[in-house]
Design a protein around this ligand. Structure first.
Ligand code: HEC
Length: 317
């Protein structure tokens, strides 16, 4: 399907010519000689409109959900518009002189004060909001990272006294490159930092490997997972939203760095509920080298409330 380079087209041609067998038994060098320009042109004519169509449909914004909503914080008057800011594109044309040097009071990754060069988050977002006429009422900002981590914050929070910066360079490191070797793979292209957040304040997110910002209304974001029909599940949903959704998805909504919990099978169909909770509290007691770090800021009572059965009642995708 992704026919970007000639090399990747060969399996398709083999498929058309030899049926399914051709997909699995592909002799590239022989094919290079046999397949010459006319078939390429023919295939291109067939697949190019198809590809364009696919690309376009991926970027389509879903129509605004018309489901009757309960009186909830997700009942917002937003116009349902969604805006994506591709940071690599936007910042590559943004003059470097617009970046400022900032001192960070306490960086939770390095556990110390730090200096970075970066772009002001709210100035960047503001310019996009204006040009796109984005409705900021009850909106959220989702930070999208290379590894599928997707933390979310209320958009209004980026206008707090504490300023956010999209850091492009670590100024404490004496290497010429933007990031010291030890973190370059994780941090590039960008790292989100906040001016003067207190050590104990974990209401700000510090994603690294940051590639994009997505702005949308709350109701739009959670329309596939909000328990509209059962208010007793709202607290559990909010806990899930607060603590799990940046990494895990439900009905394909949420982060992609960790397993999806409801599609195509609900996790409670193959994991016991008590194990789900115990795993979340202490992943390495279940799995050597688990990539999940323990969830520490959810009390036992809240964990009971979280009851992952919330997912049982979600409508299927
Ligand atoms: C910072 C990211 C992150 C957060 C937040 C997070 N997880 Fe995970 N979780 C992971 C990753 C990554 C895995 C993949 C498995 C591994 O590496 O062990 C995982 C795996 C799991 C699994 C095992 C599922 C499977 O099929 O292997 C469960 C259960 C789980 N998480 C529950 C939770 C719950 C409940 C929460 C919220 C209270 C949560 N996680 C929050 C990253 C996260």
């Amino acid at each position: 399907m992704y026919c970007f380079g000639w090399g990747r087209c060969y399996p398709w041609m083999a498929f058309l010519r030899n049926g399914l067998n051709g997909i699995f038994i592909v002799n590239y060098s022989a094919m290079r000689k046999k397949w010459i320009c006319p078939p390429f042109a023919f295939l291109l004519m067939i697949f190019l409109p198809f590809e364009l169509c696919l690309t376009y449909s991926c970027n389509q914004k879903p129509d605004k959900e018309t489901t009757a909503q309960t009186d909830s914080i997700f009942n917002s008057p937003s116009n349902g518009k969604e805006v994506y800011i591709d940071l690599r594109k936007v910042l590559s044309i943004n003059p470097r002189k617009n970046a400022t040097d900032v001192t960070i009071q306490y960086d939770p990754f390095f556990k110390t004060a730090k200096k970075y060069r970066g772009y002001e988050l709210n100035a960047l977002v503001d310019s996009v909001i204006k040009s796109e006429h984005f409705d900021t009422v009850q909106a959220v900002i989702i930070f999208e990272c290379i590894d599928g981590y997707k933390p979310v914050m209320d958009l209004s929070k980026i206008y707090d006294n504490t300023k956010g910066y999209i850091a492009i360079k670590d100024l404490d490191s004496n290497v010429k490159r933007n990031w010291p070797d030890s973190v370059e793979k994780m941090f590039a292209p960008y790292y989100l930092v906040w001016g003067d957040v207190k050590k104990e304040d974990n209401s700000f997110v510090w994603p690294f490997g940051l590639t994009g910002l997505r702005l949308m209304s709350k109701d739009q974001e959670y329309k596939n997972i909000y328990p509209y029909n059962d208010s007793s599940l709202i607290k559990g949903f909010m806990l899930f939203r607060q603590n799990c959704i940046k990494c895990h998805s439900l009905n394909k909504t949420g982060g992609t760095m960790a397993p999806e919990f409801n599609f195509p099978k609900n996790i409670t169909e193959y994991w016991r509920e008590e194990d789900i909770i115990a795993f979340a509290k202490n992943p390495s007691s279940y799995r050597y080298n688990s990539r999940m770090s323990p969830v520490t800021n959810v009390s036992d009572a809240d964990f009971t409330e979280l009851k992952l059965k919330i997912m049982d009642i979600l409508f299927p995708v």
